[in-house]
Design a protein around this ligand. Structure first.
Ligand code: KIV
Length: 280
């Protein structure tokens, strides 16, 4: 399924073995071209359902379908060769029952060639995670600020600001770890809680808006490239591609309007004719 058959990707056991050693580097990816550019520099590529907002201009991730995830997931697998590729299961495709989750997770794996899936939720997803992992589907967990839960939370709210909330979130992490997840994304939670969870569970934690003490970090690629108009506070922009794209579009527009582009080097010449065509 990959363009790079035969090359070796990071495996799930290799990723688990990284806990407590070198930080695990993760980024989101939605298409082949950027996957190819970032693959040499990361351990894990997440085809996140954040693509609903980033690629499709949706307000939340709730409208993302399994078909969208499969199309983008297959593109990322084709574009990459060394990173572990994980596909987000979108809202409504795994919550109903473990059997329903298996059906959709198996489709995501078979139709993309990715190695694993990610789903949101803690203790309530324990039975589902166990069902998937026992049947050969590696699962990454996701707790803390879980965007698919936006309507229940009443917005995208940082978790664990009050100590009274910590036991449930710690319980979520422990339940997922004992059910067999190979890693857990800790999103939008206070750093002290993320550190405590990271020290309490045996699988790697991957932070986003969490703590430098997590076993790895993930960002939405478009956010860290400076392409998102309103990136959250926890994002560091490592490039300013948004400004560069706008400047390039402006320069192109000015040259087309002034008939400066295309120049001769951008046009095709005719082949030299062997003989002039005969006159009738
Ligand atoms: O959908 C996504 O991109 C994610 C990351 C933010 C972890 O779940």
């Amino acid at each position: 399924m990959s363009l790079h058959a035969g090359t070796k990707r990071l495996t799930v056991p290799e990723l688990i073995a990284r806990k407590g050693k070198d930080p695990i580097v993760c980024l989101t990816s939605y298409h082949a071209h950027t996957a190819k550019l970032i693959d040499p520099h990361v351990d894990l590529l997440l085809v996140g359902d954040s693509l609903g907002m980033v690629m499709y201009g949706m307000e939340t991730t709730l409208g993302v379908t399994l078909e969208m995830m499969i199309a983008h997931g297959a593109a990322v697998v084709r574009g990459s060769q060394k990173a572990l590729v994980v596909i987000d299961l979108p809202f409504g495709t795994y919550e109903e029952s473990p059997a329903h989750a298996f059906h959709n997770a198996a489709r995501a794996i078979k139709e993309t060639g990715a190695q694993a899936v990610k789903l949101e939720g803690g203790t309530r997803m324990e039975a589902t995670v166990r069902h998937l992992t026992e049947r050969g589907i590696p699962v990454m967990g996701h707790i803390g600020l879980t965007p698919q839960n936006v309507n229940v939370m009443g917005g995208f709210k940082t978790q664990g600001r009050h100590r009274a909330d910590w036991p449930q979130i710690e319980e979520d992490a422990k339940a997922l770890a004992s059910a067999g997840v190979f890693a857990i994304v800790l999103e939008g939670m206070v750093a002290e809680l993320a550190d405590k969870i990271s020290s309490e569970i045996s699988v790697p934690t991957i932070g986003i808006g969490a703590s430098p003490g997590c076993d790895g970090q993930i960002l939405v690629t478009e956010d860290m490239l400076g392409l998102s108009p309103s990136a959250p506070k926890f994002v560091k922009e490592f490039a300013t591609l948004g400004t560069q794209i706008a400047n390039a579009a402006q320069a192109y527009s000015e040259e087309v309007r002034a008939r400066k582009f295309p120049e001769q080097e951008h046009t095709y010449a005719m082949k030299a004719e062997a003989k002039e065509p005969k006159a009738d």
